[in-house]
Design a protein around this ligand. Structure first.
Ligand code: ZN
Length: 108
C-alpha cells in the first residue's frame, strides 16, 4: 500500500482539526468524505481516483468554513459541491492565479 499523502490535520481559526483516512466507514456509508464537528475530524479516503480525493478535501473544508468550528452550517450541500469542484478546476488550470493568491508558497 502506498504511503498516505493525506495531511494529519489542519488549523482553522485557531482550532486544530484531524484528517483521518477512514476508508471502511466511508465505504459502508457510501460517502467520499465526512466532517465530524463534535470530534473536529474530517474523514477521507485515498481509495478513490485523483482528483476525486482533492475535490473531496475541498468539499469537507468548505463544510468547516460554512459551519465554523462548532456551529451549524447555513449553506446547502449543492452549493458546497458546486464550489468545491469549481475552485479545484480554476486553481488547477491557473498556476499564475495560485501564485498570486499564495505568493512564495512552499510546503516545508
Ligand atoms: Zn457535503
Amino acid at each position: 500500500m502506498p504511503q498516505s499523502r493525506l495531511p494529519k490535520g489542519f488549523r482553522y481559526h485557531g482550532v486544530d482539526w484531524a484528517i483521518k483516512d477512514d476508508e471502511n466507514r466511508l465505504h459502508d456509508d457510501k460517502r467520499y468524505g465526512a466532517t465530524n464537528f463534535q470530534a473536529l475530524e474530517v474523514s477521507l479516503t485515498e481509495a478513490h481516483a485523483w482528483p476525486h480525493v482533492a475535490i473531496t478535501m475541498l468539499h469537507e473544508l468548505m463544510h468547516v468554513v460554512d459551519a465554523g468550528n462548532d456551529a451549524e452550517g447555513f449553506t446547502t450541500e449543492d452549493f458546497i459541491s458546486l464550489f468545491s469542484r469549481g475552485l479545484y478546476a480554476v486553481l488547477t488550470d491557473n498556476p499564475e492565479l495560485r501564485q498570486f493568491i499564495w505568493p512564495g508558497d512552499t510546503v516545508p
